[in-house]
Design a protein around this ligand. Structure first.
Ligand SMILES: *[C@@H]1O[C@H](CO)[C@@H](O)[C@H](O)[C@H]1NC(C)=O
Ligand SMILES: *[C@@H]1O[C@H](CO)[C@@H](O)[C@H](O)[C@H]1NC(C)=O
Ligand SMILES: CC(=O)N[C@H]1CO[C@H](CO)[C@@H](O)[C@@H]1O
Length: 326
């Protein structure tokens, strides 16, 4: 079996918009796995990212650059977008002079795989416009962070019809982990799933932080506490693998003083989206106000700002430094 057959991707023209922190390695992995003779057209506002991408590919790799999303739509059959926020997605799709829909010919049906983490209402709106114009759209947010994007082991949460899911699955596999490609339901369900998971992750981290701060103030050895929690009802991913007390889990972000990872501000954005979603569907939440307030405060706290969100522990414990329990 040739490599091309292995990835089962059609020999068409691919577009990738948003060559940022996540988009860059995702587009690189895509280039490696689409057929050799297929063209990849990229579009990115930050000039330096475009230069870097081109410098890391060879002419035989068939990568070209478009200056607007419109040009991408004119040339491409499958288009992936990976953008920071809802307004960027809206602009890229709907700008009357430079947007994707301005360039998408009515003579073909383009497949849009929208990987940004944005609110479901914006995604629904864009989906409606794309569908009305005779094209196809799925929301396909990812988790796994920068490292997952580089390694090609991302998790994809996909929203759209069964038929569309089957169509985008090979694309997701080219950038993610085969076992972690999920069809979450109809359009919007991928985003809802991602946001709800992040909400739960944050709430559980908050609980772990409060618990370990109580233990600290009582004078418990955090490693012993963690060992008991790990085999008891309090156990969760974050208590066992991402303990916020430095040294309890050597590979945890606490042991790197919360450098890198999923920043408090990004976490705040996604959790806010999740809670908006909860409100839209009328889900009761007793934690809502506390969670929003805590995240708003933490994202202004120098101990947490720009750091992995698990630094919420320092904010809650009101300590400057994590003691090292190695
Ligand atoms: C569309 O794009 C043009 C060119 O980038 C920009 O000047 C204009 O403000 C955009 N229009 C909207 C409605 O955002
Ligand atoms: C549980 O806690 C200990 C700390 O004693 C830690 O080393 C270990 O990795 C934790 N995780 C699991 C799954 O046991
Ligand atoms: C709050 C917290 O630590 N969340 C993490 C808990 O574990 C899940 C599972 O991997 C992570 O995705 C969350 O980020």
């Amino acid at each position: 079996m040739s490599e091309d057959q292995e990835w089962n991707l059609p020999n068409v023209t691919y577009g990738f918009i948003g060559i940022g922190v996540m988009g860059f390695p995702m587009a690189q992995n895509l280039r490696k796995r689409i057929p050799k003779s297929a063209q990849l057209v990229i579009c990115e506002v930050v000039e330096a990212q475009v230069k870097k991408f081109l410098s890391e590919t060879e002419p035989k790799d068939r990568v070209s650059v478009a200056s607007t999303p419109k040009e991408i739509a004119e040339q491409c059959d499958i288009i992936i977008t990976m953008l920071p926020k809802g307004p960027h997605v809206q602009e890229v799709f709907t700008n009357k002079s430079t947007g994707l829909l301005a360039g998408a010919p009515s003579s073909k049906s383009i497949l849009f795989m929208e990987c940004s983490t944005i609110d479901t209402l914006t995604s629904n709106k864009v989906n409606d416009l794309v569908t009305e114009a005779g094209h196809r759209f799925v929301d396909a947010p990812v988790s796994g962070g920068y490292n997952g994007a580089v390694a090609g082991t991302l998790t994809f949460m996909i929203g759209g019809s069964e038929e569309l899911f089957n169509e985008v699955r090979p694309l997701a596999e080219a950038m993610g982990k085969k076992e972690n490609i999920y069809h979450c339901g109809k359009q919007g369900a991928g985003l809802a799933t991602k946001q709800i998971n992040n909400y739960l992750g944050f709430v559980s981290m908050l609980g772990v932080s409060e618990a370990f701060n109580m233990g600290r103030l009582y004078g418990l050895n955090p490693k012993t506490l963690a060992s008991v929690v790990n085999v008891s009802t309090g156990r969760c991913y974050n208590s066992s693998s991402e303990n916020p007390v430095k040294g309890v889990t050597p590979t945890a972000s606490a042991s790197k003083d919360f450098e890198g990872g999923f920043s408090t501000e990004l976490c705040q954005g996604v959790v806010e989206m999740a809670l908006q979603l909860g409100e839209q569907v009328g889900a009761k939440s007793v934690l809502r106000d506390v969670v929003l307030k805590t995240l708003a405060e933490a994202s202004e706290d120098p101990r947490c700002k720009g750091k992995d969100y698990r630094s919420i522990y320092l904010h809650l414990a009101d300590i400057e430094q994590n003691e090292n329990h190695v």
